[in-house]
Ligand binder design. Structure first.
Ligand code: PMP
Length: 400
């Protein structure tokens, strides 16, 4: 069977990365890994989930095991609407679609918005999973950079020359994956202005929103847009939230919040895709969110903030001249920029061989193939002694 002859053209845009192959080595026990961007399982509210699942089974096993509505479990949507209001986003449950993780929301947004040849504006670098989700819809990418004064007309003409139009701007707004950077308020406002000029949607990926350790909270882009327009129904921003970093990723529960016109259209994709997010998981998540969300997130912030501080101090001690890094106010990542001649992927291969330290080379996060002299470190999983030792070894390698 020649599978390439039957695969759709979109399949050629879906590539397994070489980095994934290298990172398979992570399973080896003596590797110190700063590669994974995942929460520390020791911090999951396991007891709260155990109680919640027991209560759901005791009280309503029929509903818990049954099909349910595509929009999502109504009490959880109601909790999320109230939660969004605390972030400056007044809305109702009808403005919320529950998805199987925010990753599914990114896939559906690509499906909803991109015809082949259209342009998506993304940062250089961008969350790899977003590029992976959008790639299947065969877009072109152009660089979203609110710092430059590139005109809307220039973006529009570039997209038209490639046979489509600009459909959306996507960004990871708080403590971004992979850089750890947060967009300031002025940059968020500029994105909204650009969105008006280009008549495009804005995809606000807020996966790390709850994990702020210091500095002042900046209103979500959707909140800034509602302040301008008066109602969420007039807004072009679609906010993608997730319980993965705040409570537990294994239940696969995320949500999209936005104008009902867009949410209703996404519900049709959900129906066609997987009918609905797992019923029992939504029911358990509803109970856990109501009982422990605020206290639990406060505890996570304390623990992760210490790990971040420890990693930043270790970098200060061990990195040679010529290496710079971000100072994230939250999230899980520090982003290193190496001297221009150092290739992050080569460095990973060497590091695994000689230092037994893993990280993610930055090049893959750049839609244009640039940024090879960068790398992403995650501080979410490692204890202090491991952070010290791993960063010391990485410093040795870079000094050599
Ligand atoms: N957005 C960003 C920026 C992420 O880092 C991740 C997970 N690493 C996701 C979305 C997807 O997370 P989930 O599907 O678990 O909500």
């Amino acid at each position: 069977m020649n599978w390439d002859q039957v695969f759709a053209s979109r399949a050629s845009r879906m590539k397994a990365s070489e980095i994934r192959e290298l990172l398979k080595l992570l399973a080896q026990p003596d590797i110190i890994s700063f590669a994974g961007g995942i929460p520390d399982p020791a911090l999951f509210p396991a007891r709260a989930f155990q109680d919640a699942y027991a209560a759901v089974f005791a009280e309503n096993p029929g509903a818990a095991l049954q099909y349910s509505v595509s929009e999502g479990y109504p009490p959880l949507r109601a909790w999320l609407a109230a939660h969004m209001a605390t972030l400056g986003i007044p809305c109702t449950a009808d403005n919320i679609l529950i998805t199987s993780g925010s990753q599914q929301a990114l896939d559906y947004l690509g499906k909803l918005l991109l015809s082949p040849g259209d342009t998506a504006l993304v940062g250089w670098p961008t969350y790899l999973g977003a590029l992976g989700a959008f790639n299947a819809y065969e877009p072109h990418y152009d660089r979203l950079d609110p710092e430059t004064n590139r005109s809307a007309a220039d973006y529009a003409e570039t997209a038209a020359a490639k046979g489509g139009r600009v459909k959306f701007a996507y960004m990871s707004v708080d403590f971004a994956n992979p850089t750890g950077r947060t967009m300031d308020r002025a940059a968020r406002e500029r994105v909204l202005e650009m969105a008006d000029d280009l008549d495009m949607a804005v995809i606000e990926d807020a996966a790390y929103q709850a994990l702020r350790y210091d500095g002042e909270a900046i209103p979500p882009i959707l909140a800034l847009e509602i302040a301008r327009r008066g109602s969420i129904e007039e807004c072009r921003t679609l906010y993608c939230g997730s319980f993965s970093k705040s409570l537990a990723p294994g239940l696969r529960i995320g949500w999209v919040c936005g104008a009902q016109r867009a949410i209703a259209q996404m519900v049709l994709l959900k129906q066609a895709g997987d009918l609905h997010t797992t019923t029992i998981n939504q029911m358990a998540m509803d109970r856990v969110a109501r009982t422990v969300f605020d206290d639990h997130v406060a505890g996570l912030r304390r623990t992760y903030a210490e790990r971040r501080d420890h990693m930043l101090a270790a970098l200060e001690r061990h990195m040679p001249k010529g290496v710079t890094w971000t100072k994230p106010e939250g999230g899980m990542f520090v982003w290193l920029t190496l001297p221009p001649q150092v290739d992050g992927a080569d460095l990973l291969a060497q590091s695994l061989k000689t230092q037994r330290v893993a990280f993610v080379p930055g090049g893959a996060f750049f839609a244009d193939g640039s940024g090879c002299n960068t790398l992403r470190l995650s501080f979410s999983l490692a204890d202090k002694a491991t952070i010290d030792e791993g960063i010391r070894r990485l410093g040795l390698l870079l000094a050599a």
